[in-house]
Design a protein around this ligand. Structure first.
Ligand code: PMP
Length: 398
């Protein structure tokens, strides 16, 4: 018999499965709101001008393609730290931050998970209910038992803050708590800063291990504003892990540009921790790829390109916010009974629309509008060419 005889077919990824269904749909008016990608008003993934300029520079420099260091490009890592912790950060100045370039936000989470599993073999991981669907799978694959803490309240379409706080306070010391630092995926619901202060206090008092995941910095209120949670935790002298991603903010999904940053309690600790992270990286993929990291690093470290990038990112953010307003207005104009104003309070690319699994199914079958069965829609996939069609379709399935 074959070596692979007993291998079972794994269930396919629900979101990628949705994409396959969408691709084989022949209706010309079909719309895919199931994706986790920013599209511009023309319905395309943008190539940012800042990115393009950095790429041109890179090609013209005709640089050799040697290996990067195990932890990646130093200038990239430093720039990633500054974006998170801020210019003039005391944590950076005192050598308490260390960063490794990673294969996207996912790669950062995985290196962090492997490191924590080795450091805290007795600990469990707690993720929000609901969370990005890969969080659970990723931490389980790293060997952890994964639990959830309350987060979303379907009744209010908002945060179950009391439940969340009580849930965090009930966790045993050294539990790893994965927190979405801004633009929660999948709900779009973020705590207020005042709520974050209480969350951070609970994390500190409970001796929990915060793992902040920030995949959408710049898509909420702004680059600096969206880092406020990271800086709040740093100001409380919390040791923590941060996975950050440039996939969305640079529109460089396929280049796998992310970073794992740890905040430690001393420079000496940082050196020891980094040495362990490098072992994990070395035995997994040896070192990260050059292209995306070089491009991001060039943009972030060239003031003119940095400024251009920040403008382009602001345009993406503003477009999403405008689309939220339009969607709510268009639904009102169609006299739907439900109040969709909660969509305006949500942040980032996603919205938990409140549509039921049956309504999502009808959207797909009757209208060719694809959404995740949880009701999650990607607001960034709406544009002036499809929003009226989608508003009509939603109004008809309500
Ligand atoms: N964390 C969250 C919350 C995400 O939504 C995503 C991407 N959808 C990631 C991490 C991973 O990002 P990347 O594509 O850079 O691996």
């Amino acid at each position: 018999t074959s070596l692979f005889d007993a291998v079972e077919l794994a269930p396919r990824d629900p979101i990628l499965g949705l994409n396959e269904q969408y691709n084989s749909d022949t209706r010309p008016q079909k719309v895919n709101l199931g994706v986790g990608v920013y599209y511009n008003d023309e319905g395309r993934i943008p190539l940012l001008r800042a990115v393009r300029q950095a790429e041109v520079q890179r090609i013209e420099a005709a640089a050799a393609r040697g290996y990067l260091p195990i932890d990646g490009l130093a200038a990239y890592n430093k720039a990633a730290q500054v974006l998170l912790l801020g210019e003039g950060s005391e944590v950076i100045a005192s050598g308490r931050a260390l960063t490794a370039q990673a294969l996207g936000g996912t790669g950062a989470l995985k290196i962090g998970a492997d490191f924590l599993r080795q450091l805290l073999p007795q600990s469990k991981v707690a993720i929000s209910n609901p969370s990005w669907e890969n969080h659970r799978a990723l931490f389980e694959r790293a060997g952890f038992t994964v639990e959830t803490y309350p987060y979303y309240d379907p009744a209010t379409h908002g945060l179950d803050f009391d439940g969340m706080l009580a849930g965090l306070k009930a966790l045993p010391a050294k539990t790893v708590v994965v927190l979405h630092a801004c633009c929660h995926n999948p709900t779009g619901v973020d705590p207020t800063f005042e709520q974050w202060q209480q969350i951070a206090q609970a994390v500190k008092e409970g001796d929990l291990v915060p793992f902040l995941d920030i995949a959408y910095q710049g898509f909420g209120e702004g680059l600096e504003e969206d880092a406020s949670v990271v800086r709040l935790f740093a100001s409380l002298d919390l040791t923590m892990l941060i996975s950050s991603s440039f996939s969305k903010s640079f529109s460089l999904y396929g280049e796998r540009v992310g970073a794992l940053t740890l905040v430690t309690s001393s420079q000496d600790e940082s050196a020891r921790v980094l040495s362990q992270l490098k072992r994990i990286i070395r035995t997994n993929y040896s070192n990260p790829p050059t292209h995306g990291g070089t491009v991001v690093s060039t943009v972030l470290n060239t003031p003119e390109l940095h400024g251009l990038w920040a403008e382009e990112l602001a345009q993406m953010r503003d477009r999403i916010r405008a689309v939220r307003t339009q969607l709510v207005e268009k639904l009102k104009a169609r006299n739907v009974a439900q109040d969709f104003d909660f969509v305006l309070a949500q942040r980032g690319m996603f919205s938990y629309s409140g549509l039921s699994a049956e309504q999502v199914e009808r959207l797909r079958v009757e209208h060719g509008v694809y959404a995740v069965s949880s009701g999650r829609i990607c607001v960034a996939a709406l544009n002036s060419g499809n929003i009226d069609y989608v508003a009509n379709a939603i109004a008809q399935v309500l």
